[in-house]
Design a protein around this ligand. Structure first.
Ligand code: CA
Length: 251
């Protein structure tokens, strides 16, 4: 069952969406930006339905955040809004929303739009981009990583979105220098939840996961973090070279 996250504070709309979507999708409801972002960080979603007027801010902040963390391609967003103003529509689409539905909406119209977004998402793109470092393969398209554990065998690493961003930031810096916690935090971590202890926890989890792919996260005192390949990493040949810095920055 496809997973749909509804970010909506209005109980009537919540109930309407439940009525029409609950039997078709794995539906979860978040009533504000804060709880929504927690769910986005923790789990993958096939579609996000997003209300604009939420108790703790404008729903479009979610779009902005997804963009900031390079996650906008991963989570299609349909904005639900009471305004039919063209300017509002443009604002939503510029923020990175995939589609726009005006309230009150016909449930059938919403269903169709969800299906269109899902279909678009499942069409394989011709652009396939992976980075391999040691025996870790990072897929920039799907934002997933896997470890090569044998000649033709890989295992998924099940990284959380934040772990993925940390890994990508570390890979970008590979061979250059340590990356400071401050830099890591500002590039991958939501500034609202800024916390040194939290980033250490994420790094600790990530370190365990990528160890399967012979990649270590090292910590240089007062300097920051960097990646190091295990000596044994060379045992399994690596097919794809690391992309140059310039190309990486495009992501
Ligand atoms: Ca609302």
């Amino acid at each position: 069952m496809k997973k749909v996250l509804v970010i909506e504070d209005n109980v009537e709309t919540q109930n309407l969406l439940k009525k029409y979507l609950q039997h078709l999708y794995d539906l979860r409801i978040a009533p504000d930006l804060h709880s929504a972002w927690e769910l986005i960080e923790k789990e993958d979603w096939d579609v996000i339905l997003l209300d604009r007027g939420l108790p703790d801010g404008d729903g479009l902040e979610i779009c902005a955040k997804l963009k900031r963390f390079n996650m906008d391609g991963k989570f299609p967003v349909i904005v639900l809004t009471a305004s039919s103003e063209l300017e509002e529509k443009i604002k939503g689409l510029t923020a990175g929303a995939d589609d726009y539905v005006i309230k009150p909406f016909e449930p059938r119209e919403l269903l169709t739009r969800i299906e269109v977004v899902l279909r678009r998402r499942n069409t394989p793109s011709s652009f396939q981009s992976t980075i391999t470092l040691a025996n870790i393969i990072v897929d920039l398209e799907t934002h997933t990583a896997s470890a090569r554990v044998g000649e033709n065998e890989t295992v998924p690493l099940d990284l959380t979105p934040i772990e993925f961003k940390i890994l990508l930031a570390l890979i970008r810096n590979y061979g250059n220098r340590e990356i400071s916690r401050d830099t890591l935090i500002s590039s991958v971590w939501d500034k609202v939840n800024l916390s040194m202890r939290n980033i250490d926890t994420h790094i600790c989890h990530l370190r365990k996961k990528i160890a399967r792919g012979n990649l270590q996260i090292k910590n240089k005192r007062n300097k920051g973090y960097y990646l190091k390949k295990d000596a044994s990493a060379e045992v399994v040949p690596v097919a794809t070279p690391v992309l140059p810095q310039q190309q990486l920055n495009a992501f």
